[in-house]
Ligand binder design. Structure first.
Ligand code: FEO
Ligand code: CA
Ligand code: CA
Length: 548
């Protein structure tokens, strides 16, 4: 990195008041000299999070097209749950195409806890069977379609040999599916815009998500159209952020309409400087916007799960990146823009209409259409906000990039921001199509890639081989450089990376291995290569071997 670039970066940080330039070592000790953590004390004071490790040690792997989850030397994975596995005494089974995972420790343990897992979509070949000639599913097929999406709550533990396993005797293990009733909260609850209802059927298309400050899970409904259409369900009941308490069945599963309806990728929650809740969200579509919700009221820790009400009232904003402004999606503003356009004035009559058609409202108000904003994560070190823009071939952005928002005054409640491009996909960086993100306590951004099954290993994607996991330091000498940690099985996407609190285990969901299979007798992948099995299975793994 040149002196000029270093200087520019330094000025950027000083200019926005961010203290993180020297906060954290980059980790990756095997090949990265440790940077003195001059600001670490201030950072852990500010964000309540101490750096737990002095540096991650691994030798990066090379791209590979092997039909396995390939890890650096010294690491191993245990398959903890695969499609169809029984998860509890009632005989419920693990859904298809696992995505986001979130670990909820039991009694603070790093070796026993509940894992929430999203199930994003199914497969005609492996789950429902094909549609009839008229393009419809039978009733039994629709049940399979709905049952195998949503979420799984499974209980996991690490045995004496250090192997992670599922505890199927768990009293907590259960399924949340496309058949589970959900209550609506917020402005669109009972509104005409959602057919006047306050209870809806099920959740599906669950892509990524997040954890709340009060220990519940938020799961994001993304590409809901095909399922709602196939099952003849009202599509305005889908495309929301849903909330579930993995430990507590009396906490009614709910959809928070105040956070808007679009193709939700995930949610990242933090606190504004005055104690309100801010939730950042991506909308995974080409030419879609980045959103932020800010609650009206303040977070009060002692209220525990009752803080869920914070997600019922507040303001939804979308990012105008040309002006560096968060634009409030209010009915007044939308109607002002719609003046003279009868069709729009009819569409947007209430705040519920604005939330149900959030993307259209955002564009109308000047929010910036971007290149598939997927995962969004808030840096625990400096509160900058990282957004994976997966790609957008319409703009020639074939390999995607990661954007970093710097909120004014480092306040998640600010309505102005600056931004920079943190890292770019392509041959030069070694990764393409960044998707889910998570941080480790060394300040490294763990990034999974999602080159589509139709493109992977072909043409300009050849050099990347299979999808992977990359580790990208967010400060220090290697800031923005990507080091490959894992390679996915054939035609799989790696999703939902989640560390245990002590960072000795990384959970990862391996989605759609063998997705291009046309003949079930000749699958393109057989991962996870279970003895006696005759098909590939989306599965969640626990990766261990981290040494500090
Ligand atoms: Fe479901 Fe945006 O990936
Ligand atoms: Ca995703
Ligand atoms: Ca994706």
């Amino acid at each position: 990195m040149g002196e000029e670039l270093n200087r520019r970066k330094f000025l950027t940080y000083v200019g926005t008041g961010v203290t993180a330039l020297t906060v954290a070592s980059t980790g990756l000790g095997a090949f990265t000299p440790t940077v003195e953590a001059k600001g670490a004390k201030a950072a852990s004071h500010l964000f309540g999070r101490k750096k737990k490790v002095s540096g991650l040690n691994f030798t990066p792997i090379k791209p590979t097209d092997k039909d396995d989850l390939v890890l650096p030397r010294g690491f191993k994975y245990d398959v903890v749950a695969a499609y169809g596995d029984v998860i509890n005494k009632q005989g419920d089974t693990f859904g298809y195409n696992n995505d986001f995972t979130m670990f909820f420790p039991m009694k603070g343990s790093n070796e026993r806890g509940l894992l929430w897992v999203n199930h994003e979509y199914t497969s005609d070949l492996w789950v429902t069977g094909p549609k009839s000639k008229d393009g419809t599913y039978t009733k039994a097929q629709i049940e399979k379609l709905l049952y195998n999406q949503g979420g799984s709550i499974i209980e996991l533990y690490r045995d004496e040999e250090g192997v992670w396993k599922m505890d199927t005797t768990s009293q907590f293990a259960r399924r949340i599916t496309g058949l589970t009733p959900f209550k609506l909260t917020g402005p669109a609850r009972g509104a005409k815009a959602v057919g006047g209802t306050d209870v809806v059927q099920g959740t599906f298309a669950n892509c990524s998500g997040g954890k709340t400050l009060w220990n519940t899970v938020l799961s994001a409904e993304e590409n809901y159209e095909s399922t709602s259409e196939a099952a003849s369900l009202n599509e305005t009941h889908y495309g929301w952020i849903v909330e579930v308490d993995p430990f507590n069945t009396s906490f009614a599963p709910r959809k928070h309409t105040a956070l808007g309806r679009f193709h939700h990728e995930n949610s990242a929650m933090g606190l504004t400087n005055d104690g309100r809740v801010a939730v950042y969200m991506g909308d995974d579509k080409t030419d879609a916007c980045v959103y932020k919700f800010i609650s009206k009221n303040k977070y009060i820790k002692s209220r525990k799960q009752a803080n869920s009400a914070l997600l019922e009232e507040g303001t939804l904003y979308a990012a105008n990146m040309s002006k560096g402004e968060w634009v409030a999606l209010t009915l007044d503003a939308v109607r002002k823009k719609a003046a003279g356009k009868q069709e729009l004035l009819e569409k947007f009559q209430t705040q519920a209409d604005v939330l149900v058609h959030a993307h259209e409202a955002a564009i109308l108000l000047g929010a910036t259409p971007t290149d598939r904003p997927e995962d969004v994560e808030i840096s625990p070190f400096d509160k900058s906000v990282f957004i994976a823009h997966t790609n957008n071939s319409k703009h020639g952005n074939i390999h995607g990039h990661i954007t970093r928002f710097l909120e004014a005054n480092d306040d998640l409640g600010s309505l102005t921001f600056d931004f920079e491009i943190f890292a770019c996909g392509g041959r030069q960086s070694g990764f393409s199509a960044p998707d889910n993100l998570t941080f480790d306590s060394g300040g490294n951004l763990w990034t999974v890639t999602d080159i589509s099954s139709s493109s992977v290993n072909k043409g300009v994607f050849s050099s990347f081989k299979n999808n992977g996991v990359f580790v990208i330091p967010t400060s220090g000498k290697n800031e923005g450089d990507a080091f490959q940690f894992a390679s996915a099985p054939v035609e799989a996407e790696l999703t939902g990376p989640c560390f245990t609190d002590d960072e000795t285990t990384l959970f990862l969901a391996v989605q759609h291995p063998g997705e291009n299979t046309e003949d079930i007798n000749n699958p393109t992948s057989m991962w996870p290569h279970r003895k006696g099995d005759n098909q590939p299975r989306p599965s969640v793994v626990a990766i261990t071997g981290f040494k500090y």
